[in-house]
Design a binder for this molecule. Structure first.
Ligand SMILES: C[S@@+](CC[C@H](N)C(=O)[O-])C[C@H]1O[C@@H](n2cnc3c(N)ncnc32)[C@H](O)[C@@H]1O
Length: 111
C-alpha cells in the first residue's frame, strides 16, 4: 500500500511524527509535507474535538471535487491558547507509540 511505503520511508528519513490521516478504507491523506495547521493537532484520549468524515459533495460543486476532505469540529468553545486535540483512533499495532496526553483516562498508547 502506498501509505505503508511512505510511512516506512518517512521513518527512515527521521520523520518521527505521523501526518497520515485515514479517511476511509481506501483513502489516506498525507499531510507530511503540506497541509494546513490542523496537521499539528495532537492526540488526546480525552478529546476536545471530534472528527467527521465528510464527502466534498457537501461543500463543493461537482467540478471542484477532486478528493475527500477531513472536517474537525469542536464540541465546545475554544479558549485563546487552549490546546485542541482529538482521538486519533489509530489501529491497534504491535509496535506501541506511548501516549503523552496525561489525562486521567489515558489509554497509555496511541495505538
Ligand atoms: C499529526 S502529528 C501531531 C503534531 C506533532 N506533535 C508535531 O509536533 O508536529 C502526530 C504525531 O505527533 C505525536 N503525538 C501526537 N499526540 C501525541 C500524544 N498524545 N502522545 C505522544 N505523541 C503524540 C506522535 O509522534 C504522532 O505521530
Amino acid at each position: 500500500m502506498v501509505a505503508d511505503n511512505r510511512e516506512k520511508r518517512y521513518a527512515q528519513q527521521g520523520i518521527g511524527s505521523s501526518y497520515l490521516f485515514r479517511v476511509d478504507h481506501d483513502t489516506i491523506i498525507d499531510a507530511t509535507k503540506c497541509g494546513n495547521l490542523a496537521r499539528f493537532i495532537n492526540h488526546c484520549c480525552t478529546v476536545s474535538l471530534d472528527q467527521q468524515w465528510c464527502t466534498p459533495e457537501m461543500f463543493y460543486p461537482p467540478e471542484a471535487i477532486s478528493q475527500k476532505k477531513i472536517v474537525i469540529y469542536s464540541k465546545q468553545p475554544i479558549a485563546v491558547n487552549e490546546e485542541i486535540t482529538y482521538d486519533y483512533k489509530f489501529p491497534l499495532e504491535e509496535n506501541k507509540i506511548p501516549c503523552l496526553c496525561g489525562t486521567e483516562n489515558c489509554r497509555g498508547t496511541l495505538n
